[in-house]
Design a protein around this ligand. Structure first.
Ligand code: PEP
Ligand code: MN
Length: 340
């Protein structure tokens, strides 16, 4: 149920509605919007009786929300959500490029990549310090040391930083070092992690699970929002299908679909979506043409020596070529990209 308040509703009238919601054992969520004040209700088991609220002062309308996800649904908030990072906004007019290595491998590696991607107009530096690897014997990341290098590189070159948080225990530590927390595909169904992230007020990059439907993905976002953190950007990174020539099948349907169903920004990761560097640029361009708010791209100075995901990492010169092409596509899709 979504309660629409009169634009002129007083704080006191809003408080009365919220107290009424709490008295039923439910949770009120004020949904920020440019055109209206709305209060969403979660925690109810069955349908909410509109009669409980429709006669309260300041209430204009009570709208039942039939979708299983509520707070992240477009029905509840028609305006796009725009997330503010220190140097860029996600979900507005700007095309956001998050770029960097799969893993932070050393101080010099992340410094080199940061300087380069910044020179090309990227606004956010990515790099994993806690890596969810298929094999326990593969490189697991530099952990806190990696977080320090990432932060230092971000600060030195004026880039916001995003990095994966792998478990609930490290949420406070990782939050200290980054501007945006990434939830990896393997953790999209980790509900305690989603709730823990929901209790922080850090922007979140929520990857789509390897075998998650769009509805399950939006429900994962709802877990985060249900705890009061609405700063969520979704990231399509491909799903498992019967195709084996590519690492994953990049489901670009999800871009316009998510835009229709939800107010959250959506980015695309063509690196994990394809698994091969040759396919990254065409799929990055297709993502922007499909309406993505941004991209997450793996870039490595020496992909052949990378400790993870070298095959899908762009060399600096290939990244520069991609950026040139993206500028044109962004302009024709009404997105701005960099003043460089
Ligand atoms: C990553 O971004 O390096 C990563 C591990 O991604 P995903 O969770 O999408 O596999
Ligand atoms: Mn990777």
């Amino acid at each position: 149920m979504l309660i629409i308040m009169d634009n002129a509703a007083t704080d006191e009238q809003i408080e009365i509605v919220e107290d009424k919601i709490r008295s039923m054992g439910w949770t009120p969520h004020e949904i920020p919007g440019a055109l209206r004040i709305a209060i969403g209700i979660t925690g109810n088991k069955g349908a909410v009786d509109a009669g409980l609220f429709s006669n309260l002062a300041g209430v204009v309308e009570c709208i039942p929300v039939s979708k299983p996800y509520k707070l992240v649904s477009r029905d509840v908030k028609p305006e796009d959500t725009v997330i503010k990072l220190p140097n860029v906004t996600i979900g507005g007019k700007e095309l956001v490029v998050m770029a960097g290595p799969c893993s932070v491998e050393s101080r010099s590696q992340i410094m080199e990549v940061a300087e380069f991607v910044k020179s090309q107009g990227a606004q956010v530096l990515r790099g994993g310090a806690y890596k969810p690897r298929t094999s326990p014997y593969s490189f697991q990341g530099l952990k806190e040391e990696g977080l320090k290098y990432l932060r230092e590189a971000g600060e030195k070159f004026g880039l916001s930083v995003v990095t994966e948080v792998k478990d609930t225990e490290t949420v406070p530590l990782v939050s200290e070092y980054c501007d945006m927390l990434q939830i990896g595909a393997r953790n999209m169904h980790n509900f305690s992690l989603l709730e823990a992230i929901g209790r922080t007020r850090k922007p979140v990059l929520l990857k789509r699970g390897l075998a998650a439907t769009v509805e399950e993905w939006l429900m994962a976002a709802e877990y985060i929002a249900s705890q009061g953190n609405y700063e969520i950007a979704l990231c399509e990174r491909g799903i498992r299908t019967f195709e084996t020539y590519t690492r994953n099948t990049l489901d670009l349907n999800s871009v316009p679909l998510v835009k229709h169903l939800s107010h959250l920004p959506i980015l695309v990761d063509p690196s994990h979506g394809t698994g091969s560097w040759e396919l990254v640029a065409p799929m990055a361009m297709a993502s922007v043409a499909a309406g993505a708010d941004g991209l997450l791209v793996e870039v490595h100075p020496h992909p052949e020596k990378a400790l993870s995901d070298g095959k899908q990492s762009l060399r600096p010169e290939k990244f520069a070529e991609l950026i040139e092409k993206l500028r044109k596509i962004a302009a024709s899709c009404d997105k701005s990209f960099g003043a460089l």
